[in-house]
Write a protein that binds this ligand. Structure first.
Ligand code: HEM
Ligand code: MG
Length: 336
């Protein structure tokens, strides 16, 4: 039986708080500690909000992002169970926040991947801001050249050189245009489109000190999270739990500045639109695409205990989806 994610922290425990505190000191990842493509989870692991070895249960991830960065419980569960279903081991209830590792235990039968968060073409995908596309190299590791572009766009478009929503909109657009021109194997379809646009906005919320909370991320703070995997000195988390209701309008705002249609490259500079993959605005369509296409791609015909635990995780995932979206639950393996 998979343990339920813990209940939200009790009232009064979800406000502004010093999170780079003495109980959560930064300790750089050691040689056997796993880090991956997500700057937030890397940082939380390096501060002990997640297991420092980078292998965690979904409920630990939910708790870690709530405590360390003040994600709302539903929003945390949405991200975590989506990732866990694609990249975790449902039999052992463990997921790597980076590369595939034996530390997550014996795998379920193929085509299950249990690849960890670095697994390309699952949650991880193309057009990241500070990681190269898998076609060009290591898709999980921080890339200084791309970070220089992040700085340049913040200087050009952001208030006082910060990464603000203006800079987000321009950089996010550029990070699609460049791979269209250069990556012959670019894939930019559901569900990647949603994470790409959400992750562009996240730093303006979660990486900004909660005492200031002005949605203007300084380059120094960005350098800490993205590169050093470290919270800035004295860092305070968001003053209130952040849910879809806060994030979605910001995602819509940057999308509307530079709308796009999902698609894939058939060779460089040959972006073929895929109007049948759900659009960014079609949240329930993306939910259904994950549940009816992506997950069964790895678990086409699960049996017995495996089927039971996958269905449990699909229920956790839908709980999070339904908290703020009016989607209908879909059942790839039947209702009972
Ligand atoms: C990227 C997972 C929470 C910020 C990613 C990626 C994964 C991931 C798999 C790689 C996608 C890619 O760029 O190809 C998760 C999971 C979370 C989580 C499972 C569970 C709660 C957060 C939070 C933040 C965050 C709370 C807050 C700032 C980012 C950013 C990127 C990213 C900024 C993009 C990095 C880049 O484009 O260079 N995350 N993430 N994530 N994540 Fe997370
Ligand atoms: Mg990527």
């Amino acid at each position: 039986h998979i343990p339920n994610p813990p209940a939200p922290l009790p009232a009064g425990q979800d406000g502004l708080k010093l999170v780079n505190d003495p109980v959560h000191p930064f300790i750089a990842a050691g040689p056997t500690d796993i880090r991956g493509p997500c700057p937030a989870l890397n940082t939380l692991a390096s501060h002990g909000y997640l297991p420092r070895n980078g292998v965690a249960r979904p409920d630990q991830l939910v708790t870690g992002v709530m405590e360390g960065l003040n994600l709302g419980n539903d929003f945390a569960k949405f991200l975590v169970y989506q990732a866990f279903l694609m990249n975790g081991n449902p039999l052992t209830n463990l997921m790597s926040i980076g590369m595939k590792t034996p530390e997550t235990g014996p795998d379920p039968p193929k085509p299950a991947l249990v690849g960890g968060l670095s697994q390309h073409g699952t949650f991880e995908g193309d057009t990241s801001m500070t990681r190269v596309d898998a076609f060009f190299g290591d898709q999980a590791v921080f890339n200084e050249t791309l970070f220089q572009e992040f700085i340049a766009f913040s200087a050009k478009y952001g208030f006082n050189g910060t990464y603000d929503l203006n800079a987000v909109a321009e950089l996010r657009n550029q990070r699609l245009l460049d791979p269209i021109a250069t990556n012959p194997e670019l894939v930019f379809t559901s569900p990647r489109i949603l994470s790409a646009y959400s992750e562009a906005v996240f730093p303006t919320i979660f990486f900004v000190d909660g005492r200031l909370n002005n949605r203007q991320l300084t380059i120094d703070a960005a350098r800490h999270f993205f590169d050093f995997q470290m919270m800035p000195t004295d860092f305070h988390r968001q003053p209130a739990p952040v849910n879809f209701t806060l994030v979605n309008p910001l995602v819509n705002e940057i999308f509307n500045k530079h709308p796009f249609t999902p698609g894939v490259n058939h060779g460089k500079n040959n972006f073929v639109l895929m109007p049948n993959t759900p659009a960014l605005s079609d949240f329930c369509g993306i939910y259904e695409d994950i549940v009816l296409r992506v997950i069964p791609g790895q678990y086409p015909n699960p049996n017995g205990h495996l089927k039971k635990v996958i269905k449990k995780n699909l229920d956790f995932f839908f709980d999070a989806v339904s908290a703020e979206h009016n989607c209908t639950q879909v059942f790839p393996y039947g209702r009972d």
